[in-house]
Design a protein around this ligand. Sequence first.
Ligand code: ARG
Length: 465
Amino acid sequence: MSDDNKPSKLWGGRFTGSTDAFVESFTASVTFDQRLYHHDIDGSVAHAKMLLKADILNAGECQQIVDGLESIRQEITSGKFQWSVALEDVHMNIEAALTDRIGVVGKKLHTARSRNDQIATDLRLYVRDEIDQIEKLIGQLQSALVDLAKQEASTIMPGFTHLQTAQAVTFGHHMMAWFEMLERDHSRLLDCRKRVNLSPLGAAALAGTSYPIDREYTATLLGFDRPTNNSLDSVSDRDFAIELAAFASILMIHLSRFSEELVLWTSTQFSFIELPDRFCTGSSIMPQKKNPDVPELVRGKTGRVIGHLMSLLTLMKSQPLAYNKDNQEDKEPVFDLLDTVKDCLHAYAEMVPAIICNRATMYSAAKKGYATATDLADYLVMKGLPFRDAHTVVGKSVAYGIEQGKDLAELSLQDLQKFSALIADDVFDVLTLEGSVNARNHLGGTAPEQVLTAVANARAVLEKR
Ligand code: ARG
């Protein structure tokens, strides 16, 4: 302890003046990086074992350090550990506690390493664990989508382009579109994991260390695929965090699109689906309201995750080699984006199985919007009319239908024949919504049979993971 009764700085040797109180809290990260304590202790335990292997510590010293670190871990987990802002960060809080507990041997732990390789290691370990949790959550949501797609494989709804009724599609097909987006997110996440799972430990401050360390050994102990190649790069770049944020932003953009549709579909005007009460809230003034808060919030949280991607990109931009204190600013965006993504995936994995489809409403909405107009054009092409001419014939038929207040299937054969003599009474087979969706029976098409094939393929993909 120094005279002002504060814990003395572990780096205080070359200083004569004490740190300004504001600067002390301005530069400290312990308020937020304490959540890395498990990974920090794991890294230190591996480092101590490596120091033993390299004869830098003896067996007794290594054991004392490992036991001391494990008792600190327990104390932190139980909530009894006293974090000190004066000790700046998670690393120095734990190291100081270790020396308090086991005495001078604790001071040997920091041999052949620096906080620079320590923090790079901690963050990679933390992110790797989070990636593994997120991977599972994506799988749970995908599996819920597959179940719903199977259940609604032949449920007909209007498909939209420009949010105008375009062609009939099946609800199951629509669910499987979301499955595909998540499938790409999943593969982006695993790809990112490969570049996260490399060990910077041993890079020390920036140049490596003069001790006979064994980087392969610590990498193996910590479950990394291998050590990183260049010490300067290892302590400085945070591109793995940027990649993670890019993955998270794209995932959130997908969830925001999903959310937007759920918000639309639950509106009185659409009424395609209902969400159970537990995912909605009411209004304090309008008694009739049931608001789709969960999808709205997920849509809103997308902005903050994209914001974190921008923060991390801007943080890294133009930083000279090697470590700079700027990098301390990577923690809060990374932590928050991980928390946000996990919460949103969790909410969706719970909500999707609870979606209730109003099949009749979707069906009549599809009927109203001339969703089979393209089918009529295709019918005429099959009878020999060039597609452009067929397009004109159908355009005129639709205009007539609008004038009469009738859907194409409700027009009489004589009415339809006014626009083309090629039309015969088999036309009504293609003018039905069922005929329209069943006709799109090829890989990637909306036909119920294709949805069931896509469901089976998706289940096989999920089971293989
Ligand atoms: N709290 C720091 C960070 O988050 C740890 C590394 C500090 N290194 C240093 N030389 N000041 O990046």
